[in-house]
Design a protein around this ligand. Structure first.
Ligand code: CP
Ligand code: NVA
Length: 312
């Protein structure tokens, strides 16, 4: 290898110090380019000449656009490979795809279903591999979420974050972050839709207090941040039974009224307004969902720099 690199498959690959450094660097870079057009490179262009391949086996808007703009701002470029129009979609192995892409590009971001596929990609790639979402986790999203919470004046240690609805991939990365960054998570799900115990144990082992409840009101009471996500993630069966079970977990004005008066509402998007969140909350002053979406760019820049050992 001609350069030092790291994979970013989950937040634990980076650890608390690197995550704190990512957030600090994202804040600095965001501030430094406030008046620049979005496609203009940062003054130092730390990834000049580097090419990132964005490989998608699932749909995306934010991840796709934010990685593209992030690379441009760092001085690099991207190319996009959709499974349906590449040989991946015809059964070429992940291992061979990893080895071929490693000869042609400097880093690979993969959005896929089975987490084992991204582990396989990382095993066979000789360039950094970044998790752009799997069925198990969504670490890039959570770097942006932590950045958003901090930007809005909250500090992570001791923060009370409440999650409502499905115990899914995004929640898993929230839980992993909680153990690393020492904040607490109240998880309100219907019975049978809890997060994987592996992530709950991870958070608790790191010192976070994790409360699992079937009461949305219990989770919301006194919370600093309220978070939800789609009830039906990509690749999941859209069952009426699941939707009915999720209905009591909608984040609405009644739930927000139980939280701290300055509580924030986060959602990774895309949202299904009227389902997991009411329109009144989604459009309220407490909702920071579009700051959160923009922060995908700034967070991704830090993730990329960390992968290339160029952070800070
Ligand atoms: N939040 C998120 O990852 O959005 P996309 O699915 O649009 O990339
Ligand atoms: N949990 C959602 C997140 C989308 C960004 C999904 O996996 O579809």
């Amino acid at each position: 290898m001609a350069f030092e690199f790291r994979h970013f498959l989950d937040l634990g690959d980076a650890g608390p110090d690197a995550i704190a450094a990512m957030i600090a660097d994202a804040i600095d870079r965001k501030e430094a380019r406030i008046d620049l057009p979005k496609g203009r490179a940062d003054a130092d262009q730390p990834l000049a000449g580097r090419v990132l391949a964005l490989v998608f086996e699932k749909n995306s808007t934010r991840t796709r656009v934010s990685f593209d703009i992030a690379m441009r701002q760092l001085g690099g470029t991207v190319l996009i490979l959709e499974a349906g129009s590449s040989q991946l979609g015809r059964g070429e192995t992940i291992a061979d795809t990893a080895r071929v892409l490693s000869r042609m590009v400097d880093a690979i971001m993969l959005r896929t279903d089975d987490h084992a596929k991204i582990e396989e990609m990382a095993r066979h790639a000789s360039v950094p591999v970044i998790n752009g979402l799997t069925d198990r986790s969504h670490p890039c999203q959570i770097v942006a979420d932590l950045l958003t919470v901090i930007e809005h004046g909250k500090s992570l240690p001791g923060l009370e974050l409440a999650w409502f609805g499905d115990g899914n991939n995004v929640l898993h990365s929230v839980l992993e972050a909680a153990g690393l960054m020492k904040f607490n998570v109240r998880v309100a799900t219907p019975a049978g839709f809890e997060p994987s115990p592996e992530f709950v144990d991870m958070a608790r082992a790191g010192g976070a207090t994790v409360t699992l409840t079937n009461s949305a009101n219990e989770a919301a009471t006194g919370a600093d941040v309220l978070v939800t996500d789609t009830w039906i993630s990509m690749g999941q069966a859209d069952a009426d039974e699941k939707r009915r079970a999720m209905e009591p977990f909608q984040v609405n004005e009644d739930l927000m009224a139980l939280a701290k008066p300055d509580a924030l509402f986060l959602h990774c998007l895309p949202a299904h307004v009227g389902e997991e969140v009411s329109e009144s909350v989604f459009e309220s002053d407490q909702s920071v969902v579009f700051d959160e979406a923009e922060n995908r760019i700034h967070a991704q820049k830090s993730v990329l720099l960390w992968c290339f050992d160029r952070l800070g």
